[in-house]
Design a protein around this ligand. Structure first.
Ligand code: NAP
Length: 325
């Protein structure tokens, strides 16, 4: 449903977040030029580095918990698909630059980490819903910083941006495949493949693939398995399985504590990073077997970025290009 204010559209997402009254769409025939923009990304007049914030620009109560700046004027040049540390880091950096953005979360986690700046929560309703959202909100560029294993979201983002001819970047840490230790791991294509390989590997198995894929592993039956995840899996687990409800990132010391429960096999997704994360370093040190689930292929639209710095630069360049057009 579209809400109109005078002749301007109030985006549905803002209305859903209780922001309809605060919506102020960029006005005037000439967009703010790049040269006028303090940081190269946005107009100084739109920056919010303290001072008096007009009531109309304050975050609604509905999103206040997620809005560290305390205000939102309804402008949205950039949509960040989030749910990851990198997405939060990118939002923080772009907000510091005064960029008008909104972060989108799937809403899977019961108590998500606070995200700086304006946030919307929940699916878009497939590719068509996403296209409608992007169009209604006049989004100029999108950064898909959702997790490398959020394959459906990557596909939808790529298709929607391709259809709308919108600049898209995917921000994901580099795969661990190039790490020297990777040659010693059992690489599998998916979770079913991992469950198959685990049939021949020793307990205790530490499963660090998140809550959602747990159903693929139930076929292991009664074994000594530790499932580490933020929210407990919904499935009834076989005898011998236990759930460790914890949210990362984990320190090496914490991993040592967990491994000391007799962990002999570790299952991980190739979430990636510039170096190995502590559990993989520890596995290499202690000869724990590693089963690594590979990433799916990248969708054929959008630029691939691996650092937040690159994403800030990419966003700056692409907003500037769109505004110049
Ligand atoms: P997915 O299977 O690729 O996505 C399924 C559906 O969830 C999408 O089609 C979309 O619904 C909705 N969705 C996903 N990400 C969204 C976002 N950022 N904003 C709004 N809607 C979103 O995704 P997933 O693997 O379940 O992951 C869900 C979220 O958790 C992602 O944001 C991801 O960054 C985060 N996460 C995932 C993993 C992982 O291992 N998969 C790990 C850590 C964090 P519609 O089709 O209705 O738009």
């Amino acid at each position: 449903m579209l809400h109109r204010r005078g002749r301007r559209r109030i985006p549905r997402a803002c209305v859903l977040a209780g922001l309809g009254a605060a919506r102020v769409r960029r006005s005037g025939p000439t967009p703010v030029g790049v040269s006028e923009r303090g940081s190269g990304l946005t107009s100084p007049k739109r920056r919010h580095s303290g001072g008096t914030v007009p009531d109309s620009h304050r975050c609604s109560t509905a999103i206040e918990a997620h809005c560290s700046t305390g205000w939102f004027d309804g402008l949205m040049d950039v949509l960040i698909l989030g749910g990851t540390t990198k997405a939060r880091q990118l939002a923080t950096r772009l907000i510091d630059e005064g960029v008008d953005l909104c972060s989108s979360l799937a809403g899977r986690t019961k108590s998500p980490r606070p995200v700086p700046g304006p946030t919307r929560v929940g699916g878009f309703g497939g590719i068509d819903g996403l296209k409608e959202f992007l169009t209604d909100n006049e989004v100029k560029v999108m950064v898909d910083a959702s997790h490398p294993f959020a394959a459906a979201m990557h596909g939808h983002a790529a298709q929607a941006c391709r259809d709308l001819n919108l600049p898209l970047a995917r921000l994901a840490p580099p795969s661990w495949r190039t790490q020297p230790e990777a040659a010693t791991w059992h690489w599998v294509d998916d979770h079913d493949g991992a469950a198959q390989v685990l049939a021949d590997l020793p307990d205790v198995i530490l499963l660090t693939v998140g809550r959602q894929p747990v159903s693929h592993y139930l076929r292991l039956g009664p074994r000594r398995v530790i499932v580490r995840c933020v929210d407990a899996p919904e499935e009834e687990l076989p005898a011998g399985w236990k759930v460790l409800r914890e949210r990362g990132p984990f320190t090496l010391d914490r991993e040592r504590e967990i491994f000391s429960q007799g962990v002999a096999t570790l299952v991980s997704k190739d979430s990636g990073g510039t170096g190995l994360d502590p559990k993989l370093r520890l596995a290499a040190e202690t000869d724990v077997q590693v089963v690594m689930v590979s990433r799916g292929p990248a969708p054929g639209w959008g630029d691939e970025l691996s650092t937040v710095d690159d994403a800030v630069q990419w966003t700056s360049d692409h907003i500037a290009t769109v505004i110049e057009q």
